[in-house]
Design a protein around this ligand. Structure first.
Ligand SMILES: [Zn+2]
Length: 177
């Protein structure tokens, strides 16, 4: 007896095959890893399935059969957080605040050791500098970080933190002078 019903265990297999087929038929998705966000058209990076799985709300997760093949849009003014060929996920689908997005409160930069733009700005205001990078680097070696499942970008925050420190220092200089 034949049936079109596919057992659940094939979900992951179907998932990767679907992705390849779609990449062939859809020019927005190339195999070279240069993927454009459907909203802001800026380049986005692929994230691991476990990153997406860990950060989505239960409600958002219930609608997905597979967490692989999503891309992360870091554009501050863009509402898209994750997207693939079929689906767009935004802040409302996440159970953490996506600090990189405009209007995020708190504006979290380091999810492993809880450094936000607000905390860094306060340090700079009080001491003229921030110990965020020293603290994060120290804890990375002693405690260890979990960026892959805690940070929406799925990657290390050090680049974002040092960029934010520079920006905040510049803006506090311009306020003082
Ligand atoms: Zn975008």
């Amino acid at each position: 007896m034949f049936s079109t019903f596919k057992p659940r265990k094939y979900n992951f297999v179907t998932c990767s095959i679907d992705r390849q087929n779609n990449e062939d038929s859809n020019s927005t998705f190339s195999l070279k890893g240069k993927v454009e966000c459907p909203k802001c058209k800026k380049k986005a990076k692929v994230v691991l399935g476990k990153t997406v799985e860990h950060l989505l709300t239960l409600k958002a997760k219930a609608k997905l059969s597979c967490f692989d093949g999503f891309n992360y849009c870091k554009t501050p003014s863009c509402e898209v957080v994750y997207f693939n060929e079929r689906k767009i996920l935004t802040q409302k689908d996440m159970h953490v605040v996506v600090g990189a997005k405009e209007g995020a409160k708190p504006s979290i930069l380091c999810y492993c050791f809880e450094w936000s733009k607000e905390k860094i700005a306060k340090e700079i205001e009080e001491n003229g500098t921030s110990l965020a990078l020293t603290d994060i680097k120290h804890k990375m070696h002693t405690i260890g970080c979990q960026c892959e499942i805690l940070n929406p970008s799925g990657v290390c925050c050090l680049g974002d933190v040092s960029k934010a420190i520079k920006e905040l220092k510049n803006s506090s200089d311009s306020i003082l002078t």
